[in-house]
Design a protein around this ligand. Sequence first.
Ligand code: A2P
Length: 277
Amino acid sequence: ESPFLKFNDGSTIPQLGYGVWQVEDDVAEKVVGLAFEAGYRHIDTAMIYGNEKGVGRAIAASGLPREELFITTKLWNGDQGYQETLAAFDESLERLGLEYVDLYLIHWMTPKAGKYVETWKALVELQKSGRAKSIGVSNFTLEALREIEEATGVVPAIHQVETHPYFPQAELRAYHQEKGILHESWSPLGNNSELLAEPVLAEIADKHGASPAQVVIAWHLATGNVVIPKSVTPERIVQNWESLGVTLDADDVAAIDALDKGAEGRIGGDPAEADYR
Ligand code: A2P
């Protein structure tokens, strides 16, 4: 079983989950089923991934009790706005075939649309309704986190942002800790950059009888990040889950921390700029 971390709203989240970005809907049903067999109970999807229906079919087919599962989905940028958010949320629930999600996230702050504050107000309402047990955001700036808190008094439970050893997000992590916001890593393995080929990871992996990917996942766990590695490869789905058995010592963590490339380490979009619709 994965360790659980506690949200500022009292609920908990399994620290190791399974992400399905870039997984086709018809593949999602199969691989999410494999993830459940491996032991994962936390699945991270989004409206824009186009696979909520496949995830929903896998949930239904698993026969697992709903309360043992932790399901996250996300509001797409073009659906921001108070009423639009409420409507988009209903559609996500329907595609998933669920009566509630464990976590609903604003996918990107999308600064040029200027709607993330009213959108956050809709998420606060959804949490009150009980249909989103916990609420959070993804791809926000520190300033925007402050803004939504000031407007509503509600601090997000979690912030999902690009995080891996090349781009560990020290400044945001410190702010999250101060505010009791959990830090969740997307593209935790560096999304096919040269990260997994770093010699220092091979050395640490050899020492622990593990793979470089397992060492990176273990680094996220040791750092306190919620982590959602994606793979459509059956052996890797299992291998990534087995990272739970890899315990790094302080020297290993420090050596991996030293891979930080600063702003150069970013692989995906910058929340302050990104305006995907
Ligand atoms: P695949 O899905 O073909 O198995 P990230 O989560 O950082 O975005 O990285 C996802 C990428 O990393 C995917 O291309 C995935 O490939 C690959 N990947 C996932 N798990 C492993 C692993 N254990 N070893 C090597 N590559 C992996």
